[in-house]
Design a protein around this ligand. Structure first.
Ligand SMILES: *Cc1c(COP(=O)(O)O)cnc(C)c1O
Length: 413
């Protein structure tokens, strides 16, 4: 049973958002002389347009609250405390009701995206190793599968860390204990002692989910010091709803943090990555020099729009937890339908049964059909696979047209 996440009517949502904005700073009154912030330029964005009264998200955009910093610990800018409270509730919904954490035991914030949230996690652990173990930069390494998102490579580059990729099995996209151990041995032989390990909860290209027990048992077997981050940028609003017995939750003590992206499966505006971490870790990236920000800054980004957090909170509140299950259930049914058709046509594909990404072997397709149906290749220069992603707009009617095209292609071959 969800603890915080409840379904809300449009009226309740409106009231919550308008009340929160009311508690924020009012630039039209005195007492706002020193804040380097204001509402959107009212020559372009009319503050009093009548439709705004019915449009809480648009109204939040126009009021332009700044959510700089992290609002789950310490102090925050008092000017925007009304809408900070909405973000705080959103973080609790994700940490407690989606990822089974205990109430009040996680920190988090709405990041610019999955890339930032992943970099934030790796930054936290790099500093944690330096502080707690006096680790040298060259002793710390990122370990992730070769199907991981390229944000891991960005993080390695930015934070000057080594990165080691675990080979995946070509057909199943799975990491084996042997492959994990081989990767760890190589890193150790190159002087790495502290590991920042990424576990994928649905990869971008395949929707594959790394077996977390394979990772942790290999790390323990080789006596590796590690911190484990789950990249659920794609799968965060999907997989926890298809796999009730998932080990990728805060109930798993081996896991310290998660990335979820609301702007992927939750259909929210861009700028809604969600970073979640157990309490006691985010302090490793506190920038005390952020002295003009009340409560200092524990995030990578700096200023960010409060409207983004409000949008995600509105989406989750409008659907409610049971509505979300139904939404995912429908996408699963469509994915099942497509897989059945592909099997009848004997077209080879990969799909994790709990995911909505279906990745087809490129040699069953050609450029024209991939182009016509907007399929995405793993590699634009030399495609080995093309993926179909079952989103809200990807109806069976549209999939059926693709299957018709595929039938023609198969019979002409
Ligand atoms: C999309 C994605 C990211 C990056 O997210 P952005 O929001 O584009 O920065 C990271 N990891 C995975 C698995 C993704 O699918």
């Amino acid at each position: 049973m969800p603890k915080i996440w409840t379904i809300k009517s449009q009226e309740e949502i409106k009231k919550t958002v308008f009340d929160a904005l009311e508690k924020n700073i009012n630039y039209d009154k005195e007492g706002a002389l020193g804040v380097p912030a204001s509402y959107l330029d009212d020559k372009v964005f009319n503050q009093d347009a009548s439709f705004l009264k019915e449009a809480p998200f648009m109204y939040a955009l126009v009021k332009n609250p700044n959510h700089i910093g992290c609002h789950t610990l310490g102090k925050s800018e008092p000017f925007f405390e009304g809408t900070h409270a909405i973000e705080k509730e959103l973080i609790e919904i994700c940490a407690v009701d989606i990822l089974k954490g205990n109430y009040g035991e996680q920190d988090g914030y709405v990041a610019s995206g999955g890339t930032e949230a992943n970099i934030q996690a790796i930054w936290v652990y790099r500093n944690y190793y330096k502080r707690k173990f006096s680790a040298k930069q060259e002793e710390i390494a990122i370990v992730c599968s070769e199907d991981s998102h390229y944000s891991m490579d960005k993080a390695a580059n930015l934070l000057s860390l080594g990165i080691y990729k675990i080979a995946v099995e070509e057909e199943t996209r799975a990491i084996s204990a042997a492959a994990v151990e081989e990767t760890l041995q190589k890193a150790k032989s190159e002087g790495k002692k502290y590991f920042i390990v990424i576990c994928n909860m649905m990869t971008t290209m395949f929707g594959s989910v790394d077996n977390v027990e394979v990772l942790t048992s290999s790390l323990e077997k080789l006596s590796c010091e590690f911190k484990l981050h789950v990249d659920g940028a794609y799968g965060g609003f999907y997989y926890p709803f298809t796999n009730e017995d998932s080990l990728l939750t805060f109930q798993n003590p081996a896991i310290t943090s998660f990335t979820l992206d609301a702007h992927k499966m939750a259909q929210s505006p861009y700028g809604t990555g969600i970073f979640l971490i157990r309490k006691g870790f985010i302090e490793n990236v506190n920038t005390q020099e952020a002295s003009y920000v009340e409560g200092e800054d524990f995030t990578l980004i700096g200023s960010r729009s409060g409207a983004n957090a409000i949008a995600v909170w509105m989406i989750l509140s409008k659907n409610g937890p049971y509505g979300w299950h139904e939404k995912i259930f429908i996408l699963q049914k469509r994915a099942d339908w497509l897989c059945k058709q592909l099997e009848e046509l004997k077209v080879a594909y990969y799909r994790n049964p709990m995911s909505n990404i279906i990745t087809i072997r490129a040699h069953f397709l050609n450029h024209d059909i991939a182009q016509k149906f907007g399929l995405i290749p793993d590699n634009h220069l030399n495609p080995g696979w093309f993926k179909v992603v079952i989103m809200d707009h990807v109806s069976i009617e549209k999939l059926a047209l693709f299957i018709d095209g595929l039938k023609e292609l198969v019979s002409s071959k």
